[in-house]
Design a binder for this molecule. Structure first.
Ligand code: URA
Length: 448
């Protein structure tokens, strides 16, 4: 690796003028920042210049490479098979990892999954897993490898050794208004995913009111950048563009989502959740070479739920990671929130829109997410939606049920959910759950 010293101010100026930085120049910036040789104010200026002028594919790949090698790249060669993970760009009610990870592992594909916590209005897999009493997501790298070898599945959080440069840069981006940049997001996501030891990756890139990329065209660009980086690093990568115009499924909140995912693993669950779950799981099974096509992978995914092997895998991994499987076997035994309150529709008509961002913020207020980094989350908090876009409601009819331990938040949460739905006399057009697929050959209309 190059040890060349560059002039930091010249590099910032170069990016400010919209020029392209070389791989060595980017490597210098990331390495020097991680080693405390570049102060936050200079890195902030570089990030803003990159945010405003963009980074091209070669720069995004160099950024990913530098962040990836700021820490350990886990070697999983002791585990047989093609290791495949899934990453979602985040949404409201997105509990798909909890369902598809045991499904794919049960189909014989090893799934090393390193997940994150809730961010802003979106939920995080780690917070959901930790709502299961005793479940631990903090393990050493040796234990991570051991669990994967034994269970064909591991569900943990990012360790200090994984892409430490991203951790520092992400914290800086968070306070310098430079998060929402496609190449910076792509580099951040891919450096962490490539570090966990995968061979292939499936990406769920969301668009709509509850996604980080609300515009479809931005989500497409992000998907293309992510796939481009994955392929550049020699990992087969497939992305799907999926709809986040309304929360996914009916349950929003950590334990409520675990409970819904148990229903899904037992053969029930909402259709929108299962349509995307089977597609992503089927693609993972295909990439893991346990199916000859995505369609065959989808059939295997459905069969793993029908024959009970996915649910058994879920119980096994919960027990392996210290969780109490009795709440998985009998979810009714889980302690409910102190206040359970119905939310009535403020008018009559078809639900034509749901503001998923506003609904995500309501779940945060109820205790399901964090307002500050150090906040703890309330496992039982959240809400259940009984109606979704396209359904009809009558004035006064219950369309949601709130669960919270914060009595003082009830009134504003009820108002917030009522305001988040739009009613009309005419039914809306059916939402398309999955619009496109992106692979190394480019963008394809889904289902075409
Ligand atoms: N998630 C990440 O991991 N990184 C980003 O930059 C944004 C979302």
């Amino acid at each position: 690796m190059s040890k060349t010293e560059f002039n930091t101010v010249s590099l910032i100026r170069k990016k400010r003028e919209g020029e392209t930085l070389s791989r060595e120049e980017i490597q210098y910036l990331i390495r020097a920042y991680t080693d405390d040789r570049i102060p936050d104010y200079q890195m902030s200026a570089f990030l803003m210049a990159s945010f405003l002028n963009g980074l091209d594919t070669s720069e995004a790949a160099a950024l990913t490479h530098s962040m990836l090698h700021s820490g350990i790249v886990v070697d999983l060669s002791h585990v047989e098979g093609i290791k495949v993970d899934k990453h979602s760009t985040g949404g409201v009610g997105d509990k798909l990892s909890l369902i598809l990870a045991p499904v794919v592992a049960a189909c014989g594909v090893p799934v090393p999954m390193i997940s994150g916590r809730g961010l802003g209005h979106t939920g995080g897999t780690l917070d959901k897993l930790e709502s299961i009493p005793g479940f631990t997501v903090d393990v050493t790298l040796d234990r991570y490898k051991e669990i994967l070898e034994k269970q064909n599945l591991v569900l943990v959080g990012q360790t200090e050794e994984i892409a430490p440069a991203d951790k520092r840069l992400y914290a800086l981006r968070d306070v310098t208004a430079t998060v929402e940049s496609i190449p910076l997001i792509a580099g951040s996501i891919m450096s962490k995913k490539l570090a966990e030891g995968i061979d292939a990756l499936v990406l769920d890139v969301k668009f709509g009111s509850g996604a980080f990329m609300t515009k479809h065209e931005d989500a497409v660009k992000l998907a293309e950048t992510l796939v481009g980086i994955g392929e550049e690093f020699g990992k087969q990568t497939i992305a799907f563009l999926t709809n986040m115009e309304q929360p996914l499924g009916n349950a929003i909140g950590n334990w409520l989502e675990v409970k819904e995912s148990i229903d899904c693993l037992k053969g029930g669950g909402p259709d929108d959740v299962m349509e995307i779950t089977h597609l992503l799981a089927g693609t993972m099974i295909y990439l893991g070479r346990k199916a000859g096509s995505i369609e065959e992978g989808i059939e295997k995914s459905k069969e793993a739920i029908r024959d009970g092997s996915a649910f058994q895998k879920w119980i096994d991994i919960v027990e392996e990671q210290g969780g109490d499987s009795s709440v998985i076997k009998t979810p009714e035994s889980y302690p409910a929130a102190a206040h359970i309150e119905e939310v009535a529709a403020h008018g009559s008509g078809y639900i034509t829109k749901m503001d998923a961002f506003a609904m995500g913020m309501v779940s945060v207020e109820l205790g399901a997410g964090r307002r500050a980094k150090e906040d703890s989350v309330d496992a039982a908090a959240g809400f259940i939606l009984h109606k979704k876009i396209g359904d009809r409601v009558n004035k006064g009819e219950t369309f949601a049920t709130i669960h919270t331990n914060k009595e003082e938040m009830l009134e504003s949460a009820i108002n917030g959910l009522q305001r988040a739905i739009t009613l009309d006399n005419k039914p809306p057009e059916k939402l398309q759950q999955i619009t496109h697929m992106v692979d190394k050959t480019g963008l394809h209309k889904y289902g075409a």
